[in-house]
Structure formats: C-alpha cells, structure tokens
Ligand binder design. Structure first.
Ligand code: SF4
Ligand code: SF4
Length: 167
C-alpha cells in the first residue's frame, strides 16, 4: 500500500513540475550571468568585496613581486609560483610575478586578501578545463588578460511561487 502511495506522490510531483518554468539553459551557448566582476579585496579598508571566485586577474603594472600572495597560498594549496618575466617593470625590481596552477588552486581567495597593491583579484571565469596538467598552469601574462565579457543568462527567483527560472 505504502508503495502505491509513494508512486502516486512521485507522479503528482512530476505533474506539478510540468507547470513550472524551465530552469535549465543551453550551456555552453548560454552562460550564467554573474553579479559584479568577481571577488575583490580592498587592502586600504581591509574589506573583501563579494563576488564569484574564479580565475584570477593579475595587474602586472601594479604587482611589486612582494610574494605575499604566494606565501598566503603556501599552507593551502601551494598553487602559486613566482616566476621571472622579461621586460621593464618599474614597480617590480626583481621582475617576478605569480603564476597559478589551477590543478592545485582551491579558489579560496586568500592570495587576493594578501595582496596589498590592488594587483590580484578573482574573476567570474570558471571555464578552466584542459587536456593535461600543464595547460592548467597560468603564466603571469595569461593571468593578466581579462576574461571576455559576455551577456549571460540571469536567474530570477520567484519567492511567492517558491521557484527559480531564467529570463
Ligand atoms: S585562491 Fe588558489 S592560488 Fe589563491 S591562495 Fe587560494 S588556493 Fe592559493
Ligand atoms: S600579486 Fe600582489 S601579493 Fe602577489 S606578488 Fe604581486 S603585489 Fe605581491
């Protein structure tokens, strides 16, 4: 008897959902729209500005090579290695910059919090797959390229109906 009731409940739930708006979208043609530019940290006020913790963005012109980001990561994931980059870097006498291994990074954001020079942030970029481990290591130059800005799909939460759908 209870099996019949459970089956009827499942059926009723299925019928109910026929009238709810579709939530899924066609990834990768459609992508999720995020609020803000990603996770930021203001060292002056020592306040983190909430946002998605995705691939990092490195402002090479602001980076002094102080290595604080790399030290912050040492006891977490050992994902940052300081590497030399050729060229003239007036603010970075040793010409060393962070390189991040996304095969290790756990996207905690501690390196962003540790940077005193507004040089390292996290972005909304989550598409970080590769065919081998090496392709997950992002050089400072790769990290300095902002992710492309694409119009994404906005998720709308309908509190009255207790459901979410996209526009
Ligand atoms: S976000 Fe990644 S690179 Fe930065 S401290 Fe955390 S694990 Fe290390
Ligand atoms: S990104 Fe920031 S914390 Fe890391 S070396 Fe550059 S200035 Fe220092």
């Amino acid at each position: 008897m209870s099996a019949i009731i459970r089956a009827l409940n499942a059926f009723a739930s299925g019928v109910q959902h026929l009238f709810k708006r579709r939530f899924t979208f066609r990834y990768p043609e459609q992508k999720l729209e995020f609020e803000g530019e990603g996770y930021l940290y203001d060292p002056k006020t020592q306040v983190g500005i909430s946002g998605f913790k995705g691939r990092h963005l490195l402002h090479m012109d602001k980076c002094t090579g102080c290595q604080l980001c790399s030290l912050a990561c040492e006891n977490i994931a050992m994902a940052i290695e300081m590497v030399p980059i050729e060229g003239q870097w007036p603010r970075n006498k040793k010409s060393i910059f962070p390189q991040i291994d996304y095969g290790r990074c756990v996207f905690c954001g501690f390196c962003v919090d540790a940077c005193p020079f507004y040089a390292l942030f996290e972005t909304n970029d989550y598409e970080l797959c590769g065919y081998d481990r090496r392709s997950l290591v992002f050089t400072p130059k790769q990290l300095s390229i902002p992710p492309p800005k694409e119009k994404g799909v906005t998720v709308i939460f309908d509190e009255k109906k207790g459901e979410a759908h996209h526009g």
